[in-house]
Design a protein around this ligand. Sequence first.
Ligand SMILES: [Zn+2]
Ligand SMILES: [Zn+2]
Length: 333
Amino acid sequence: MSELRRDRVTGDWTIIAPERGHRPHRERRAHDGVVQVPAFDPSCPFCPGNESSLPGIISETRSAGVPGWSARVVPNKYPVLTPEDAGKSTSSIVPGFGYHEVIIETHRHDGDLAALALGEATDVVRTYVGRYLELKSRPGVSSVVVFRNHGRRAGASLVHPHSQIIAMGQPSPRLAATTSWARDVYSDTGRCPTCMEVEAELSQQLRVVEVTTSFVLLVPFAAASPYELCIAPRRHAASFGQIDDAEIVQLAALLQQSLGRLNGVLGRPEYRFAIESGGDDKRHAAYNHWRLRIVPQVTIEGGFELGSGLPINPSCPEDDACALREVLNKEGA
Ligand SMILES: [Zn+2]
Ligand SMILES: [Zn+2]
């Protein structure tokens, strides 16, 4: 029998209906094909030597050897939001103010975040933090979202490994909704909902996939889609900007592990991930708690989801966690 579950961290509802159809990963595996990607593509703007195709270079992490950098930040050539002053706001129109940057994760066109050396993956995460803090400090910026789209169906338009970061002039609707939910939970219980959830998951061990000293990797109780993963810091911290250096290294390793586990279970799926940061507003610091969510692109929303706003997860979070725990991690770090 299916059940409706409410995420205790966000308040979002999902229908968990594992008896619907086949296990999704079996269908996906049938479509797996290995696409050969060259180590260098002369037409790729992110490959070394093609810098004239870039709108500029914001920063880079220097490294030994050719081409001398391991991660590079560039402006997005087709930005979603721009910093120009575009006039007045009304109740239904606000200028698209913000910043949109691309983090090129490696000089290798055929690189893969899951398989980079840990030092390179750490450089990527360190770059996320550096850009998050820098953009957050700019006048007019209210929220900053770090995210990655892997594969065309997940929204990536270029093959070369990259993440993106968008800074906005107002809180994202996601941040506003989770803040409102977390504030209500806090006023009822006096506790941060994510801290409570991490504690409960660690004691139940039903959906936990991996634990490190600083993080827990789990399948959310009310995951909206199969094999969704969440990396939550065990230390209460509202903003991603509060991560420390030791945690950066652990996060890089755990992120690579997570992608490796998904590769092992789903056969190199397309996926999206995003860092949901609670922001830096001190008023919400006691109950906002940052986390990183990874959603493999396995299901497609249908008309019911469109009409109801209720996702259907044709998989059981406890079974997914079990499969992700047990998979032999051959492709990850
Ligand atoms: Zn390239
Ligand atoms: Zn917390």
